[in-house]
Design a binder for this molecule. Structure first.
Ligand SMILES: [Zn+2]
Length: 132
């Protein structure tokens, strides 16, 4: 599993990644999503003789969960089922993120930390609360 924060920009420079706003624990999960999108789109393009790509508009944490915002490009109405499937995949993976510690990647749950929702494992939660 790839845990390099610059992985997307290095592996897929054509994707126009604007930025990633979250902590390192989610990076392998984010890289997995990107790899899957690229793989599915590459297969679809070769099978259907298409030239679909995507732009990652933003990747961030919101209310303790991952948000992975993309726009698919070079699509037409005949691609709607395909892109809807990709959006469904992203949505499912965003929901999985609430079980992954945003700091370290271990099993976690979403907690209220001083009024902010953060998805953290027991240890990172304790560290976070100790700091204040
Ligand atoms: Zn943790």
């Amino acid at each position: 599993m790839n845990n390099n924060k610059d992985y997307i920009a290095t592996a897929y420079p054509e994707l126009q990644l604007s930025y990633i706003e979250c902590e390192d624990g989610w990076i392998p999960h984010i890289n997995k999503i990107t790899d899957r999108l690229v793989k599915d789109i590459t297969e679809y393009n070769s099978k259907k003789e298409k030239n679909i790509s995507f732009v990652i508009n933003q990747i961030k944490e919101k209310f303790g969960g991952l948000r992975y915002y993309v726009t698919f490009t070079n699509t037409d109405v005949s691609d709607n089922d395909f892109t809807a499937g990709l959006h469904k995949y992203i949505w499912d993976m965003e929901h999985v993120s609430v079980y992954i510690c945003e700091k370290c990647g271990m099993y976690a749950e979403t907690r209220n930390t001083h009024g902010w929702y953060k998805t953290l494992c027991d240890k990172c939660y304790d560290d976070c609360m100790d700091k204040e």
